[in-house]
Design a protein. Structure first.
Length: 86
C-alpha cells in the first residue's frame, strides 16, 4: 500500500501541475481539499479523471462516499486498492 500512496502523491503533483511541491511535502493523512493541500473542485475533477484512466476504476460523483475517498492520499489509496480488487 505504501507504494500506491507514493504513486498517488506523484500523480497528484503531475496531474495538477503543483509546482514547488514534492511527494515528501504531501502528508498521507493530510486533507487534500480546503485546509491541507488546498485543492478545489476543479482539481477534484481532474484528479478523478486521471485516477479512472490510470487505474481503470469507476468513480461515481453522486455516491456519498466519494467525498470520503478523496479526503486524503491514504483514503484514495484504500479506494483504488479496493476498486481494483473488486
Amino acid at each position: 500500500m505504501s507504494n500506491l500512496v507514493e504513486e498517488l502523491k506523484v500523480l497528484i503533483i503531475d496531474v495538477l501541475n503543483l509546482e514547488d511541491v514534492t511527494p515528501e511535502d504531501i502528508q498521507a493523512e493530510e486533507p487534500l481539499f480546503g485546509e491541507g493541500l488546498g485543492l478545489d473542485s476543479i482539481d477534484a475533477l481532474e484528479l478523478g479523471l486521471a485516477l479512472q484512466k490510470k487505474y481503470n476504476i469507476s468513480i461515481d460523483a453522486e455516491n456519498e462516499n466519494t467525498k470520503t475517498h478523496f479526503a486524503s492520499v491514504n483514503n484514495l489509496a484504500k479506494f483504488v486498492a479496493e476498486s481494483q480488487s473488486a
